[in-house]
Structure formats: structure tokens, C-alpha cells
Design a protein. Structure first.
Length: 335
């Protein structure tokens, strides 16, 4: 096990942050290596930052709510160690599994805590959407994915920085990271965990986020596996066009009363048939072109040491001003 940084994004989590940090420190009290805990206060309007600081965490603050993904980016870039663990601040994930996750990371590129244990408190209304999303992701990736967007996982910062520019600012950060690593054939290990009922307010993920997640998976498919999206669409269009072509030919024969060369000199093929066949050809060509571009494309890599700890202003101590804040990664610190 190597020294690691634990990053916790938090937005108005005053009801749970102290308990989460207490559980983390208790679970890691016998850790054989140094570690740090960073809480990124994503523009909270409550006492999240003060309580986190009082519990011994290093606190970074955004000047306003910038999103789950941006908070993670801030913490990851400010981390003092190359091994990074992320966990939510709402008490839903078991912090006592972190040592096991880090042990598994020695033999993997990323370890994901899959919410498939004996006690999993996922709202019933969200289960159908999560199932559809996971099945879609599994089709695109060609792999079994026990948990697509778990908020408890460990990875090496160097591996994540390869995808830094495509990782979104919102809740789809983890989904994107999972799909990107799978598409690049990196080794991901899943370990089953329990998932507890959220402490405090209801989940900040709303129903509309499901549509955003589906859109995201389709975008990632175009980015990493375009043929798995364009080929089925082209095939469906070709099949529909083929059936319509046969219908047009039989209709022309019926009008002529017999099979003759007259069907070649009179209008036989309908406009709908031509549109379907041409659309199928266009989708197939777009998929092939996208696949070529994907193979040629080299993602812009963020230099590993472009951002360092000194680029971030930490939250003020108890005796200093509560107004000390930072902006999003890459931005200038607020004065």
C-alpha cells in the first residue's frame, strides 16, 4: 500500500460530514502509510466546511456550486499523493472498506466499490433507470459492469489525467471515468459493498439526470466505440429500406398485372425507400469515419505536475476569515 489522498466532494452536508470523517479516521487508524483527507466544499451555504475542518480534514472551497465532477477535479489536482480514493460525504458508502480497496489497487488500474452487497438502499424509483443505463453501457463496452457510477473508488492520478479533458463537471464524472478506462482496456476490479441510506436531505441526483446519463453514455460510445452505435442504426435503416423496396416491387407487379420490363421504365421505387437506403449508407459511413478518427485521435494529456498544491487556496482556519475560497481547477484563486 502506498501513501494516498482521500477526496470527499461535499455540498451542504453538515448533517453527515463529521460522522463520515470520524468513520474514515477510525478505519484508517492502523494504516501502514501516510494519508491525507481533502474535503472540497462545493459552495455550501451551511457549516460543512467548518465541521470538516474541525474534524481534521484539509478543506478546499469553491466560490459557488460548480458540480460534483469539478469538486473531484479540484481535490485530485490538489492531492499530495499519486494514489487517490474518492468517497461521498453523505454516509452512504462504508469507509471501512477503503483499506481493502487500496490493497486491490496494487493489481489494478482502478478499483470500484460496486453497490451489490447484502444491504443496498437504492430508491426503487431509480432502479429501472440504473438497470437500463448499465445494460446500455455493457452493450457498448462489451463487458459486465457491476456498478457504472459508484462514488467509492480508488485509482492512480496519472491514469485519470489521461482523460481529464473529457471528464464532466457534474454527477457523470464517475460514469465517464469507468467507460473511458474500459474502452482503453485498463483493468478495473469490482468489490461488492453495502450501500446505506443517505444521511440528511434527499439525493441531489434528480430524475432528469437519467436522461443526461443516457446521453452521456451515447456520447462516450461515439467517442470510444462509434461502430457499436452507428452500425445497428445503419442495419435497421437498410432492413426497413429493403422491406420497403420489396413492397414497391410487388406493388408495381400487381399494377402491371405481370412481371415485365415495364417496372423498369415506370416509377417503381418510392422516395421513402430511397431515403431509408441512403440513410443507412450514411450512418454506416459516419460510423466508419468516426472509428478511424477515434483510432487516430490522441487525447490531450494534462501534464501530471501542471497544477500543484500551491495553486489552491485552502479554507481559512477557525481563527481566520470564513470567506477564503477557490475557483474551479485552472482558474485563479479568489482574492
Amino acid at each position: 500500500m502506498k501513501p494516498f489522498t482521500l477526496v470527499i466532494p461535499a455540498f451542504n452536508e453538515e448533517g453527515s460530514i463529521e460522522a463520515v470523517l470520524k468513520e474514515i479516521h477510525l478505519s484508517l487508524s492502523s494504516a501502514p502509510v501516510p494519508y491525507e483527507v481533502i474535503v472540497v466544499d462545493d459552495g455550501s451555504t451551511d457549516q460543512t466546511a467548518r465541521l470538516a475542518r474541525r474534524s481534521g480534514a484539509r478543506v478546499l472551497r469553491h466560490d459557488k456550486n460548480r458540480g460534483y465532477g469539478t469538486a473531484l477535479k479540484t481535490g485530485i489536482l490538489a492531492a499530495r499523493h499519486e494514489t487517490v480514493v474518492i468517497i461521498d460525504a453523505d454516509g452512504t458508502y462504508p469507509a471501512d472498506r477503503i483499506p481493502e480497496i487500496l490493497d486491490k489497487l496494487q493489481f489494478s488500474d482502478m478499483v470500484v466499490a460496486a453497490r451489490s452487497g447484502q444491504e443496498v438502499h437504492i430508491p426503487l424509483v431509480r432502479k429501472p433507470g440504473k438497470w437500463v443505463l448499465r445494460r446500455l453501457a455493457e452493450y457498448i463496452s462489451g463487458e459486465h459492469i457491476p456498478d457504472l457510477n459508484s462514488g467509492l473508488r480508488a485509482f492512480r492520478r496519472e491514469a485519470l489525467l489521461n482523460y481529464f479533458n473529457i471528464l464532466p463537471q457534474g454527477f457523470s464524472f464517475t460514469t465517464t471515468l469507468t467507460m473511458a478506462m474500459i474502452s482503453d482496456n485498463l483493468k478495473i476490479t469490482y468489490i461488492p459493498i453495502n450501500y446505506y441510506k443517505r444521511t440528511g436531505d434527499d439525493s441531489k441526483i434528480i430524475a432528469w439526470d437519467f436522461v443526461n446519463f443516457v446521453t452521456l453514455v451515447l456520447r462516450l460510445a461515439v467517442l470510444f466505440e462509434p461502430l457499436k452505435i452507428f452500425t445497428p442504426i445503419a442495419l435497421i435503416s437498410f432492413l426497413l429500406g429493403g422491406f420497403k423496396l420489396l413492397f414497391d416491387i410487388f406493388s408495381a407487379i400487381e399494377r402491371a398485372g405481370k412481371l415485365s420490363f415495364s417496372i423498369l421504365i415506370h416509377p417503381t421505387v418510392s422516395t421513402t425507400t430511397l431515403i431509408l437506403l441512403l440513410a443507412g449508407l450514411q450512418f454506416l459511413l459516419m460510423g466508419m469515419l468516426a472509428d478511424v478518427l477515434t483510432r487516430m485521435m490522441k487525447r490531450q494529456v494534462l501534464p501530471e505536475y501542471k497544477f500543484r498544491v500551491k495553486d489552491f487556496k485552502e479554507a481559512a482556519s477557525e481563527s481566520e476569515s470564513e470567506d477564503s475560497q477557490i475557483k474551479s481547477p485552472g482558474g485563479k484563486s479568489a482574492s
